[in-house]
Design a protein around this ligand. Sequence first.
Ligand SMILES: Nc1nc2c(ncn2[C@@H]2O[C@H](COP(=O)(O)OP(=O)(O)O)[C@@H](O)[C@H]2O)c(=O)[nH]1
Ligand SMILES: [Mg+2]
Length: 346
Amino acid sequence: METLVDALLRGERRALARLLTIVENEREGMNQALTALFPHTGRAWVIGVTGAPGTGKSTLVNALTKAYREVGKTVGIIAVDPTSPYSGGAILGDRIRMRDLSGDSGVFIRSMATRGSLGGLSRATRDAIRVMDAAGFDIILVETVGAGQSEVDIVRTAQTTLVVEAPGLGDDVQAIKAGILEIADVLVVNKADRPGVENTVRGLRAMLELGHPASRSQLVQHHGQLVPVDSRDNSPADPLWLPPIVRTVSTEESGIEELVTAIENHRAYLGNEGVLEVLERQHIEIELVDRLRTALMSRLLNVVPQDAITTLIHQVQTREYTPQEAVSVILKLHDEGLSGQSTISG
Ligand SMILES: Nc1nc2c(ncn2[C@@H]2O[C@H](COP(=O)(O)OP(=O)(O)O)[C@@H](O)[C@H]2O)c(=O)[nH]1
Ligand SMILES: [Mg+2]
């Protein structure tokens, strides 16, 4: 394991591929590797790219990657697509579209399939990002399908989050439905070559400006808070960030320069005193709570047999127990199991 980590730090692609497989599948040696890699992380700029299926995220990631390569930055790509496991089609599609990037040693692409629970997926994604980060990529692009809370959690690993919309996917702005608009640092209206693009932009702007009835259009929604729109210009010195709306045609690589600028502006904004530190602390808190939940659950399941839980589920269904009582019973079984164990060992 040590040699594998050393090889990764030296920039060997095969070591990178193997370590990604180890963290994706929770193979033996994973924690040891991640521990060795951790001091080498925290350098990459992680960009989350999320939005409804078909909005053009993969195409956009492709175009963004080319733009970053042109200025000499190395790019790691992680594609998380929960819709792929049964068909395999989405991942294959992504690979084909990304083909013109293959052969470039400054780019590494990894698709992650959904295995097991979504909680497991966000764990695996976070760890995969760390592996790529330690491997020294300047930029890490993480594509997720913006379908719900779990995807939102994955995106919460990123420093800059792009929410991608496209016209012609129905009347409503997709992100509003999915509730992912509030995590956007930059809103991308892709497929700007399609009719209806102005409607999509208007819809997004209306959402951003949605606010107090008294001072509509004076206030904007920003990370769940209402702030005056006039007081912000997105200059690096501006203490608040208003997500800009950027139009792109990813297939023609148009609007990408503007998008890169918007990302750079956001990065500069995060560079304001203390802002990035606050964001990092939030990310760590979310991650620790996540991991703690998983760890506690697995401890519990080590003591309480799955059968007992299955029985309780049935008993709630038959109205014998309330859900609250069922939880109390499970916790009691756990505590009794523990004291039983200590009696045996002691
Ligand atoms: N007209 C147009 N089509 C696009 C654009 N970007 C992507 N597409 C197409 O939209 C489809 C879905 O793109 P894809 O990147 O796979 O979307 P994803 O599901 O969000 O990753 C593909 O056929 C792309 O070629 C664009 O800017 N304009
Ligand atoms: Mg895709």
